[in-house]
Design a protein around this ligand. Structure first.
Ligand code: APR
Length: 249
């Protein structure tokens, strides 16, 4: 079922309208238009911060102050960001009963801010800080200010409740995400390079379970031409708005 038709957006809209139990998998690309840089590529966070030095659990345990140099930038940028037309488009598709859940790799909380109700945060969220020694939790906005390193009452340096490299995915999020992938009719994959596992396995699970895979990304990814049935090249906000339009006619 390749995008043989004249208008892949219409083709994808027909799929969504026909099957109605779609799930979305999103990555950093959906938040780029909200001013949050993605991770890979020339402008990505990992071009500025070596992830092996700044984004592994081992690096955090070894030198949390250094890792907070990167985390501070992420918390600040995400703190100022607002949902864009793509986030709002997904929330509207949920409202219409076309999309039933969003599985996100993002830690920025923008899907919820846009009004999406069922959001599975596969890599956690920056809104909460966790002590990796006494497991106490705090709202980030109450415990962190720019330029500081947040401390727990026990005196240890706090870590955002996000999944760093080398850390397991929260088991409930993994369970829920795989269940959604196994039972959806369409998986809409938006703004991810699909290079990080186990998140990159979700499209394969959906495909093997009989779902159609629609990819929204201006670039080719490891999914394109293999797992993807319809590749909609373009920015998330532009493509989702056109999809909503096609679903309304
Ligand atoms: N609309 C849609 N897609 C876009 C846009 C846009 N406006 N801008 C960029 N993209 C695409 C890029 O082409 C790229 O394929 O978004 C993708 C972003 O890829 P990555 O930066 O690799 O981000 P992601 O796939 O979410 O990374 C996965 O890796 O670093 C870890 O934990 C981090 O959750 C993250 C995970």
């Amino acid at each position: 079922m390749r995008a043989g038709g004249s208008d892949p957006i219409r083709e994808a809209a027909r799929l969504l309208a026909g099957r109605r139990n779609a799930v979305a998998l999103t990555g950093a690309g959906i938040s780029v238009e909200s001013g949050i840089p993605s991770f890979r590529g020339a402008q990505g966070m990992w071009a500025k911060y070596d992830p092996m030095e700044y984004a592994t659990l081992h690096a955090f345990m070894r030198n949390p102050r250094k890792v907070w140099e990167m985390l501070s930038e992420m918390v600040s940028v995400c703190g100022f960001a607002a949902p864009n037309a793509a986030h709002k488009g997904l929330a509207a598709l949920e409202e219409r009963g076309v999309v039933r859940a969003v599985i996100t790799q993002n830690v920025d909380g923008l899907h919820q801010a846009a009004g999406s109700r069922r959001v599975i945060e596969y890599h956690g969220n920056l809104d909460e800080l966790l002590c990796v020694y006494c497991w106490k939790r705090y709202p980030t906005r109450l415990r962190w200010t720019p330029g500081t390193v947040p401390l727990c009452d026990c005196g240890e340096i706090l870590k955002p409740n996000v999944v760093l490299f080398g850390e397991p995915i929260p088991w409930l999020a993994q369970e829920q995400a795989e269940e959604e992938a196994r039972t959806c009719g369409v998986l809409v994959v938006i703004g991810t390079s699909a290079q990080v596992s186990p998140a990159c396995d979700i499209p394969r699970i959906a495909k093997e379970s009989g779902a159609a895979v629609v990819e929204i990304n201006p670039e080719e990814t490891s999914l394109s031409g293999h797992v993807t049935d319809i590749h909609l090249r373009g920015s998330a906000s532009e493509v989702l708005q056109r999809m909503l339009g096609a679903l309304s006619t």
